[in-house]
Design a protein around this ligand. Structure first.
Ligand SMILES: NC(=O)c1ccc[n+]([C@@H]2O[C@H](COP(=O)([O-])OP(=O)(O)OC[C@H]3O[C@@H](n4cnc5c(N)ncnc54)[C@H](OP(=O)(O)O)[C@@H]3O)[C@@H](O)[C@H]2O)c1
Length: 264
């Protein structure tokens, strides 16, 4: 049976593309009121139109999640317009393809501001409302590479490791307020992520399989119903993450062998 999220107010960041867009569509199909956040206003407006066939209301908020002032104004706007926030999905993110020693400071700042600070700003803005209502759910989209570093993706991996620790801490801190926290660990997913990378464009991306964004979206929609603290999308993502913990040096060697051929 498909989850029913009728009348839930759900914020999705990074809703203009990829996983966030697919999640917004799946949530609208499940009856939710969806708040769409991203920088590209025209894409959000087009998505609002596309979702008009489904029940529920929409609110498009264009802005940069890495800007603290955006979160400070966006969350009260959601409360004013929708009355509550049931779920916050921190999904907006970007990657890079550059070695750490060569990464320009502006890129490092932008990546960290988007992937880590953006998540924190919106979470801090939303939590007081959730505490007041005595319920809520925060879903943080991490990555399986937050569980092990990869050459040429080091700061991205580190940002996702930070997301994992922040998520697990929030889970413990917010439990007394009946606010659930879920970390989602997608593996390689077919989205616009590769086009938006900071740094050098990959000329020889790995041939590893990618799952469609809708599969991640469906897992997120299910997680809202189940409240699971951790969600993997495929069995091989789960295996990748756990094998890394059990055999860190072997997996470093293996990843070095594979990515040595593809990291430049
Ligand atoms: N694709 C993968 O293989 C993969 C694997 C594991 C995890 N993930 C994670 O999944 C999440 C979604 O990525 P995706 O693959 O769907 O990538 P995507 O197709 O490039 O979408 C990224 C989304 O984030 C938004 N965004 C980026 N910077 C933003 C900012 N500063 N403020 C507001 N919105 C911003 C983009 O919208 P605007 O440009 O309009 O702002 C876009 O809607 C990310 O957190 C990513 O790290 C992806």
């Amino acid at each position: 049976m498909k989850p029913d999220h009728s009348n839930k107010v759900i914020i999705v960041t990074g809703a203009s593309a990829g996983i966030g867009r697919a999640t917004a569509v799946a949530l609208a199909q499940a009856g939710a009121h969806v708040v769409l956040v991203a920088r590209r206003q025209e894409r959000l407006a087009a998505l609002v139109d596309e979702l008009a066939v489904y029940p529920g209301r929409r609110l498009a908020l264009a802005g940069d999640v890495g800007d603290a002032a955006f979160a400070a104004t966006a969350v009260p706007q959601v409360i004013e317009s929708m009355g509550t926030i049931d779920v916050l999905i921190n999904n907006a993110g970007l990657g890079h393809h550059s070695h750490l020693a060569e990464m320009p400071p502006a890129d490092m700042r932008r990546l960290w501001d988007t992937n880590v600070m953006g998540l924190l700003y919106l979470t801090q803005a939303a939590v007081p409302y959730m505490q007041q209502q005595g319920s809520g759910h925060i879903i943080n989209v991490s990555s399986i590479v937050g569980q092990r570093p990869l050459p040429a993706m080091g700061l991205y991996c580190a940002s996702k490791t930070a997301v994992n620790f922040i998520s697990r801490t929030l889970c413990m801190e917010l439990r007394p307020y009946h606010i659930r926290v879920t970390t989602v660990y997608p593996g390689r997913t077919l989205t616009e992520f590769g086009d938006a990378l900071l740094g050098n464009r990959r000329t020889n991306p790995t041939a590893l399989a990618r799952v469609p964004a809708v599969r991640v979206a469906q897992a997120i929609v299910k997680a809202i119903a189940s409240g699971k603290p951790e969600v993997y999308i495929t069995w091989y993502d789960w295996l990748f993450a756990h094998a890394n913990r059990l055999f860190p040096r072997t997996s470093d060697w293996l990843v070095g062998q594979i990515s040595g051929r593809t990291s430049r």
